[in-house]
Structure formats: C-alpha cells, structure tokens
Design a protein around this ligand. Structure first.
Ligand code: TMO
Length: 328
C-alpha cells in the first residue's frame, strides 16, 4: 500500500527523486519512528481543530505528535526544511504560491487533496442581502452605490471591508479596491485576529447594520448562510505578487482545492502515519462542523477535536485501520 501511495505521487510528478530512492528500497510497511510528528497550529478554528483531529489519529496509530504554532505563509518553508512534518489545510487561493515555491526548492511533497472545494473571498451574511442593504449583490458592481450602509466610526465616511489579519494575504484586498476603481468609496481594515471577523458578524447583526468581511468556505458560516461577492474572474498573474498591476488586481479569488503537504522524509520516518495521512480527505460539511464546535459551540479546539473523533469514527477509522492491517 505504501509503495502504491508513493507511485501515485510519483505519477503526478510531485515526489522528489531523492525521496523515491530512499523510500522504495524500504520494503514492506515498517514501524514508525518514535520521533514526534510536527503539526502546524495557525490562527483559524478549522485549522486548529483539524490539527488535533489528525494528531489524534496519529496517536491512535501509536505515533507521537507535537503541535507547533506557525505563521500562515512561513509554514510552507518550515514543512520544506522539516521544522514541520505536515500541512493539513493548504488553501489554493491563498497558499498555492508558497506551496509550489517550497516544492520547487525541494523538501515539500503533495500528500493529496481533501474532498472539499474552497473559496476565500469578501462577502456578506445572507441577512445583508435579505435587508437589501446593497441592492444588486452578489454582483460586485452593486458596491458602486451602497457604501454609506457599510460605514463604521473608523472608516472615514467610506464603506468598510473587514479583511482578515494582514499576515494572511498582504495587500490583495486594498489592491482589489484600487483595481476596481472603488478606492474613493471603500476602505480595507485588517482584523487583528481571525476571531475578530466573527465578533464583527455578531455585532453587525445585533446593530442591524451592513457588514462586508473576508470569509471562506468550508467554514461554520456555511450553515447559517453567507454570500460571497462575485468579482471579475481570477486569472493566473492577476495579483501583484504574481506579476499583475492595478489594471488586473480587481480580479476575484479562484475557487479551488484544499490540499495536504508533507516533508519529503515523512514517508520514510513514519510510513504508517504517512500512508494514513495520504488517505485523509475531509468534506465541506466535516470541516464546517470542526469550526462550528469552536466558533458556535464555544468548545476548546482540543475538546472539539476529541468530540469530532468520537462522533466520526466511521469516517477516519478506515484511514488508519487499513494501514495498520497491512503492517501486521
Ligand atoms: C486560509 N484561510 C482559510 C484563513 O483563508
């Protein structure tokens, strides 16, 4: 099974020659190292809960795990150089550059794709549309005529977009406003933390005022209803970091994949845990639930992960059990 998993990676051209050479002489699935598997902890709920869910799976398989707090973007270099063993939420729209750059430098491998499709984009809770606070949404051109309904005390009379922390995507959203010619009517405020986005959602609902925030799917907000704004289509190179200029930065975010990454030595040091990790594939509902346990039900990330594992054995046990069966 391990060899199969490896040749599938190789067929995609995503596995380094060095790792192939080391891994393919190892024979049948052997025991995992007692070195801890290092799992990243970032700053949004599904990521942290999923870290503990996957860590719990590894522990169930007999591995040791260690949770390592990391910067969102710097994590990919850390996977490449082995400071992290895995990355379990690689979001196409905001991570693919760092992911492919680390792969090209060598040391980071693609460990497969989750079932969930992703989008990371500015949008509004559905009640903003129901109350008609910006007629014409979700088409972005509606923003030309409704900014007054989205002004806040700190927005200087403009409508406010509450973006995530600036460490998440740099100036993508300020550049978006400029690219669309909306900078005279709208401004971007960066949230101090991811959680500030959910505080804003609740506050705006209570006060009955308009709000536009950065959000993503899968997330806990899928259940209550959240509408992403439809911007001009994304294309490769439209963003500044990808070679674009202000004539192209109005482009929206791409819908995309959610991938898993691993350090190239993981299949060698922990063949069983690595093979199970390649099988991990979460759906939109499953990831939304992981976030909701924390952001709605106010559980700790650790307790949420324990609950998720207890409630979903039929989902994850097959991923670990089939590996252990083959090893014995
Ligand atoms: C990577 N994120 C889900 C926070 O956009």
């Amino acid at each position: 099974m391990r060899i199969q998993a490896i040749s599938r990676q190789a067929a995609r051209g995503l596995f380094t020659a060095t790792a192939m050479a080391v891994a393919s002489v190892a024979g049948p699935v052997s025991a995992d190292s007692s070195e801890p598997i290092k799992i990243p902890i970032k700053n949004w709920s599904s990521q942290i809960v999923m870290a503990h869910v996957i860590g719990g799976m590894f522990e169930e398989m007999g591995s040791r795990v260690e949770y390592v707090p990391v910067d969102n973007q710097a994590a990919f270099e850390a996977i490449r150089n082995g400071d992290l063993t895995i990355g379990h939420e690689v979001w196409q729209a905001t991570h693919q550059n760092a992911f492919y750059n680390a792969m090209e430098k060598g040391g980071l491998i693609d460990a497969g794709t989750h079932a969930a499709e992703t989008l990371e984009e500015m949008g509004v809770p559905n009640w903003v549309i129901e109350q008609d606070l910006c007629p014409g949404l979700p088409n972005w051109e509606a923003l030309k005529d409704c900014h007054e309904n989205f002004a806040t005390p700190d927005s200087g009379g403009k409508g406010r977009w509450l973006e995530g922390p600036q460490s998440w995507h740099g100036d993508v959203m300020p550049n978006r406003l400029n690219g669309l010619g909306l900078e005279d009517k709208w401004m971007v405020k960066f949230a101090g933390t991811g959680d500030a986005l959910w505080v804003e959602l609740e506050a705006a609902k209570k006060e009955g005022r308009g709000t536009i925030i950065f959000n993503w799917t899968p997330n806990f907000t899928d259940a209550e209803g959240f509408t992403f704004i439809e911007f001009p289509p994304y294309f490769d190179g439209c963003r500044i970091v990808d070679g674009g200029d202000m004539s192209t930065t109005g482009c929206g975010s791409p819908r995309g994949w959610l991938k898993k990454a691993a350090n190239f030595r993981f299949p060698v040091t922990h063949p069983q845990a690595y093979t199970a990790f390649t099988k991990v594939s979460f759906t939109t509902d499953q990831i939304g639930t992981m976030a909701a346990l924390v952001d709605q039900d106010k559980m700790t990330h650790e307790d949420a992960a324990k609950k998720w594992l207890a409630d979903n054995e039929e989902v994850w046990k097959p991923w670990t059990a089939s590996v252990l069966e083959e090893a014995n």
